[in-house]
Design a protein around this ligand. Structure first.
Ligand code: NOJ
Length: 759
């Protein structure tokens, strides 16, 4: 084959695989090309400009100005932070009736965990390990958001996070690429459905490409530096899964990768995303992330804007660097018009896919909000989702579930705190509509005698409270002195049969720009828990947070401990459903809980090292600490139930498999306790020897099963050939012959194991 033939073949394969290349490949949508032919350079640049008219929450210094005038001047491609058929119609009319080419606006929003029917924070929801349910949740969110005129969702957030100091761990699915990929697929499917033209589906936007969850020291917006091997094997799979599932758009992240911020990173946005993965949607920056490349140290606004467009970024979120500099850059020969046309083409294609050229007002039915938003049916689903997100961390003496006729002291700063129920980043939710824990208890157990006392503030630190209270008074410091609050709680507890104390983090103690170096329960709340336990009455701790916390001291106490994250609008009802046993908890952690921050990063798929500590016991000159074990407080996949499950009879259908074969695995699981319940059966794999150092084990399968008390079920799992593959030193995705070890069980410490050989 000549060099030319070789090149042609390569190009052809590239085109067939990706459907796009960096060059001027015309859109398969003729309407888009017809439109592009008519557009001036200014009009094309206008399409790349995404603004927020000010109704939304600004997550940076910039707020868009003169939005109406800009829309009418054809300088705006899309808006976010605007909702409701009337308002969206006004904006859409400005675009359609006042601009030369009548191109409709794309209307976006952050619908991260429900639109108005807010369901648990994503980290909580991921603990359900229930992909059907997650898809249903996303579908409900899409139905509500589209009813309010929104057709583009800045979700799912799939950043792998192994550092719970990072506040945005709350917004994703935790630490694991296999589970994270499954969740990414489910959410894209839920938002986009099978037909993007349908009135209740929306364009999804996978974010934040890439590696945002690996910011140094868990500090938000911090740098990222990572080997390609780690990236490809551990951090990139969920983004790729979303792309493979057909996600319509991608948002670039704030951090740098190999020294170049994501928004100007050509390797990331073109070579990886489009050429290697075949992505054919459009890429939007994060909030002013193009402008932030100036602070990153890559030049002035004109230079970084041209870097971004040349890297393959198509739309500029609120920064207006594209709007204000690209024309000049074209004149000066720094950017070609073809590069701008290409970005514009992708934005127009998205508008076409959303059906906007067909009818710009398609999402603007004034009757829909009433019919579709916050319906009883949606609230029922939100309640169910919340119950599935809770993780029972400990249940000393089977304190839980409680009797519905008990005399209960309900204590704690989060027990009657409506505006802390929704959780971080629920900008379209209304905290006033949330059910408090106190209300839920009264509703679910009307026969119980429930006495409430606050007991403590979330934090006594006024300075800290000020930083947390940016979106509302989440931490309210009581006028009563701390010792009076505590004394009242102890008195209330002494009169009860059982104490339930609801403690933890306020809503904005996690989320964006909410990193913490100390992730324990604030001191005054720790004191409250201890004092209540000292009364000698049984204590159930209901723990709320947007991240794993360090709670080694509380774990030692003789308590029940139910982790409920931030449960959403149905918080109180859902917590009561589980506390009173109407639903038996089945959640499993999707991020490891460290004993202390010094262990971070701590996650299940660690490597063995050359000097593994024997049985995790201390031995000098092995890989360990002097002052703490290597093991976390709670491993990945951990979660108890009111019942117990026993695993036995693990079988593989073959001892040897060949390339491209799959392996069938079965295990018996018996419900040996006194309650019906669900169990997440988990499968981990160890590639014993390979060309790059393997993790000790990695999640490669799971199945959630319902088993009646006393019953035994045979659970079937499959290892597909791709599950044995990894990215090697040359970043080729392949498997290598040799021995593998399979572990099956209730969490990432699963002990039952079998081996097989790949020939
Ligand atoms: C900044 C956040 O990083 C991103 O997740 C969000 O979608 C945008 N702000 C828009 O609100």
């Amino acid at each position: 084959m000549t060099k030319i033939q070789h090149y042609f073949l390569f190009f052809l394969i590239g085109f067939l695989v990706t459907g796009h290349t960096q060059g001027q490949i015309k859109s398969p949508i003729p309407e888009v090309e017809t439109l592009l032919d008519k557009m001036t350079l200014e009009e094309k640049i206008g399409q790349l400009n995404l603004l927020t008219p000010g109704g939304g929450v600004a997550t940076g210094a910039v707020v868009s100005k003169n939005v109406e005038a800009k829309i009418k001047a054809g300088q705006v491609g899309g808006l976010f932070g605007i909702s409701g058929p009337d308002k969206v119609r006004m904006a859409q009319e400005m675009a359609v009736n006042h601009t030369r080419l009548k191109i409709p606006l794309l209307i976006g929003a952050d619908v991260i965990h429900g639109y108005q029917t807010t369901y648990p924070i994503p980290l909580g929801l991921s603990c359900s390990w229930d992909m059907d349910l997650m898809e249903e949740a996303a579908r409900m969110a899409a139905k509500e958001a589209t009813a309010d005129g929104i057709m583009w969702n800045f979700s799912p957030m799939v950043d792998i996070a192994r550092d719970p100091r990072w506040g945005r761990i709350a917004e994703g699915a935790g630490e694991d690429p296999f589970l994270g990929s499954a969740i990414a697929r489910a959410m894209v499917k839920g938002y986009q459905g099978l037909d993007l033209m349908a009135p209740n589906t929306m364009l999804a936007c996978v974010k934040h490409l890439a590696l945002y969850g690996a910011s140094e020291a868990g500090r938000d917006y911090h740098s990222v530096d990572m080997s390609k091997i780690k990236m490809f094997n551990q951090y990139l799979p969920p983004y790729k899964a979303a792309v493979d599932a057909g996600v319509a758009s991608v948002m670039s992240s704030f951090n740098d990768i190999d020294g170049i911020p994501a928004s100007g990173n050509k390797w990331l946005l073109t070579e990886l995303l489009r050429e290697r993965w075949g992505f054919n949607g459009f890429a939007v920056s994060d909030y002013t992330s193009i402008n932030e490349m100036v602070a990153h140290g890559l030049g002035d606004l004109q230079a970084v804007s041209s870097l971004a467009i040349k890297a393959g970024l198509d739309m500029d979120m609120v920064g207006e660097g594209f709007l204000t500099t690209l024309k000049k850059s074209v004149k000066e020969g720094k950017v070609t018009e073809a590069e701008i046309t290409q970005a514009c083409r992708r934005v127009l294609e998205a508008k076409y896919k959303a059906g906007l050229f067909d009818n710009p007002f398609r999402y603007l039915d004034p009757n829909r909000p009433k019919q579709d938003i916050l319906t009883a049916e949606n609230r029922t689903l939100a309640r169910k989702l919340a119950t599935r997100s809770f993780v029972l961390l400990k249940n000393h003496d089977q304190i839980l579930p409680l009797n519905k006729k008990a005399k209960i002291a309900l204590i704690g700063p989060l027990a009657d705190s409506r505006n802390n129920m929704l959780g971080t980043w629920a900008p379209t939710g209304n905290p006033d509509l949330a059910i408090t824990i106190l209300e839920g208890f009264k509703d679910v157990a009307p026969g119980a005698d429930i006495q409430y006392a606050k007991g403590a503030n979330i934090s006594n630190d006024e300075d800290f409270a000020k930083k947390v209270n940016v979106f509302g008074p989440r931490i309210q410091i009581d006028p009563k002195p701390a010792n009076v609050l505590l004394a009242e709680a102890i008195e209330t507890a002494k009169k009860a049969d059982v104490v339930v104390v609801v403690v933890g983090e306020a809503t904005e103690m996690s989320g964006e720009a909410a990193s913490r170096t100390d992730i324990s329960i604030p001191e005054n709340q720790k004191k409250l828990i201890k004092a209540l336990v000292d009364t000698g009455h049984p204590v159930a701790v209901v723990l709320m947070s947007g991240r794993p916390l360090t709670i080694p001291e509380e774990f030692e106490l003789p308590i029940a401990l139910l982790q409920v994250w931030h449960p959403g609008v149905e918080a109180g009802n859902a917590v009561a459903d589980v506390v009173f046993g109407d639903y038996n908890p089945s959640g499993k952690l999707t991020a490891t809980w460290p004993r202390n921050v010094g262990q971070i990063p701590v996650y299940h798929s660690v490597k063995n090292t050359g000097r593994p500590a024997p049985d995790e016991k201390f031995q000098k000159f092995t890989s360990n600490y002097l002052d703490a074990p290597n093991t976390p407080l709670f491993p990945f996949g951990y979660g108890l139930s009111y019942t117990t499950f026993k695993y036995s009879n693990l079988k593989l259908d073959k001892r040897e498999i060949h390339q491209n074969e799959s392996l069938k695995i079965q295990v018996e699981v018996k419900n040996t306790g006194n309650f019906d319940g669900e169990e997440v059966v988990q499968l981990y794999l160890r590639d014993v020897v390979r060309s790059i150092t393997p993790p000790k084990r990695e999640l490669k399968g799971f199945k959630k099963v319902f088993i009646k008390k006393g019953e035994r079920k045979t659970v079937h799992l499959t290892l597909n050939h791709d599950d044995l593959k990894f990215y090697n030193g040359n970043l080729e995705f392949l498997s290598e012959p040799g021995a593998f070890e399979v572990f099956v069980g209730t969490d990432s410490n699963a002990a039952l194991s079998r081996t097989f050989t790949l020939k």
